[in-house]
Design a protein around this ligand. Sequence first.
Ligand SMILES: NC(=O)c1ccc[n+]([C@@H]2O[C@H](COP(=O)([O-])OP(=O)(O)OC[C@H]3O[C@@H](n4cnc5c(N)ncnc54)[C@H](O)[C@@H]3O)[C@@H](O)[C@H]2O)c1
Length: 361
Amino acid sequence: MPVARSTDSIFSQLADCGHKKVVYCSDPETGLKAIIAVHNTVLGPALGGVRMWTYKTEAEALGDVLRLSRSMTYKAAISGLNLGGGSAVIIGDSRKEKSEVLMRKFGRFVKNLNGEFIAGEDVGTNPRDMEYIRMETEHVAGLPETIGGSGDPAPIAAMGVFMGIKASVKEVFGTDSLTGKRVIVQGIGHVGEHLVKLLRDENVKVYVSDINEDRTRQVSKKYGAEAVANHSIFDIDADIYSPCALGGTINTQTINKLKCGIIAGSANNQLEDEEQHGQLLLDKGIIFAPDYVINAGGVINCYSELMGFTKKRSLQLTENIYEATRNVLRLSKAENISTIIAANKIVEKRISNIDKVKSGY
Ligand SMILES: NC(=O)c1ccc[n+]([C@@H]2O[C@H](COP(=O)([O-])OP(=O)(O)OC[C@H]3O[C@@H](n4cnc5c(N)ncnc54)[C@H](O)[C@@H]3O)[C@@H](O)[C@H]2O)c1
């Protein structure tokens, strides 16, 4: 996948990453400043999360939405879903600046895209926010269960990551039992906490770390996990590093420090540079379960809601992440290519094949 660089012009970033459309949403009255990116709609409408974050610059927000939307295309495709990839970012502090009017105004911008983009939850937004968007447009998923939606996607997302961890452990240890393994979970928010519970239930030694120290203390006490200071994560001698905070934590510096043989977590876009760091991980024999392959539980949950699937079906689709991860690891080994390149190859083949089906008659 080509990379969007914030130093490039907007049009060259769009062209490089193959984006179909980017919409800037501005409403001075509510203070809304948002960007919606539609990456690809070959397989279906572009579904993606709405992230609310305190970006330092507009270029940083654009870079994030371009990366997130593109990875949604890849995530939906590798999971066998009939969805394209999109994403949205709202610039601001979700704890202080989010309101009903802001979310409903954002919903009007989604409505104007006539179903080309379907909004979902991401960092800084929750099912209640999806409900506000729903008041303005039907093109939203991840609604609360009380109004017929699939609810919080985090438990399903955590289950997918858990399946990806198991598939990676199988590759390294020949068995997918996690008993006795040591896992570092970085970022114990919605997904991280559910993952900690799944790991604890399988007798894993769990280390937890979050920039929110109260949260670290709370979760470590609740699940009997060991709290670790954020700066010392890479000094821990563990089997698996599970990044579940924000992306970009895997770079030359952290790879050289890392003591784990497996990286498998929920955070989107974990590799600072896909090609360079994917290759470095391959060279060092560290198994990287590509983020978009194993964190697809959330999008599967939303897809199930749109399709009217039951929770059981949604869980079955999420369990398929185990096989999807195994397929990626097999291709990586067979062709001696990084796991991210292997996953990209599988995706690009599916999109290209379906594109041919759709353009024929
Ligand atoms: N929620 C979902 O369904 C879902 C699905 C797929 C992928 N993801 C991705 O997984 C990640 C976590 O999602 P979430 O819903 O749990 O978000 P969240 O906001 O609930 O949790 C993120 C946690 O990470 C912590 N954090 C932020 N920066 C950190 C840092 N540098 N070091 C340590 N901790 C840090 C935050 O304090 C917070 O507790 C995100 O990258 C998200 O895009 C989420």
